[in-house]
Design a protein around this ligand. Structure first.
Ligand code: KIV
Length: 278
């Protein structure tokens, strides 16, 4: 063993994760692990770690591109990053997010853009936000063979309508509507549904009511899987973290310290050494 996974020829790759396999994981009671990925090295590392789904989320806009919200993110940007993730040829399922205004105009527009993410981006599935209003789009995409992940609750593309990033469906009527919309998305053919920023009890109720898996982010422990934005869980993002984020590393600190040590070495003419020179 070299210790370097890139050089370890004995490593047996996992079987490719498919959308039916994700549905089967719910049936088996096997929790589904999802992280966002926007580039080749992160996709490689997350795949080696045994992550089930890599989501090229439109969170790309806020954590990588420096936008204040996900609203300015374009199909071209998601496509560019989906290609980078796909080039890692991960066993994990690759899901590309459909950005704001890439599926709202018409079913035809949605088909064209989802088709690009699959055909040119190499994604295995797409994700889009909303319930009843996106049902015709979901139906058509599924009909032509594009697997769709739904997204309900605190859907960030509706931040202007919500008046901020607020927990959704606290009241009874909203809870009933969300449950109804989750069932509708399932009946339209979604293979899974992200539930974001809703009371844990509602996450439990929706999870119990569906045969397809729920993927929670701030939706409680009962969801069939969990998703976190990788920059949040790795401690790479400087903005305010929501309550549901658990940090598994402090990479911003690690990276800053490495840059400082490099800076000091260059300034003190300690880098490069003879061994590092030709
Ligand atoms: O864009 C994204 O990363 C997402 C997840 C947070 C679910 O939609």
């Amino acid at each position: 063993m070299s210790g370097d996974p890139r050089l370890d020829a004995t490593r047996s790759p996992r079987a490719k994760v498919t959308t039916p396999a994700i549905v089967e994981m719910k049936r088996r009671g096997d929790p589904i692990v999802v992280v966002t990925a926007y580039d080749f090295p992160t996709a490689r590392i997350a795949d080696e770690a045994g992550i089930d789904i890599l989501l090229v989320g439109d969170s790309l806009g806020t954590v990588v591109l420096g936008y204040e919200t996900t609203l300015p993110v374009t199909v071209e940007e998601v496509l560019h990053h989906t290609r980078a993730v796909s080039r890692a040829r991960p066993s994990a399922l690759v899901v590309a997010d459909m950005p704001f205004m890439s599926y709202q105009v018409s079913v035809e527009q949605a088909v064209r853009n989802a088709g690009r993410l699959i055909q040119q981006g190499g994604a295995d599935a797409v994700k889009l936000e909303g319930g009843e209003r996106v049902a015709p789009v979901v139906r058509r995409l599924v009909e032509i063979g594009i697997p769709v992940m739904g997204h309900l609750g605190l859907t960030p593309q509706s931040v202007l309508a919500f008046g901020g990033y607020k927990v959704q469906a606290r009241g009874e009527a909203d809870q009933e509507r969300l449950l109804r919309e989750a069932k509708l998305l399932e009946s339209c053919g979604c293979f899974s549904i992200v539930l974001e920023g809703i009371p844990a009890r509602l996450g439990t109720a929706v999870t119990r009511a569906l045969a397809v898996p729920t993927i929670g982010i701030g939706a409680g422990l009962a969801c069939d899987g969990q998703v976190l934005v990788s920059h949040d869980l790795l401690g790479l993002y400087h903005g305010r973290s929501p309550k549901f984020v658990r940090r598994y590393a402090e990479l911003a600190t690690t990276i800053r310290e490495a840059f400082e040590r490099y800076r000091d070495d260059v300034k003190a003419r300690r880098f490069p050494s003879e061994r590092e020179s030709y």
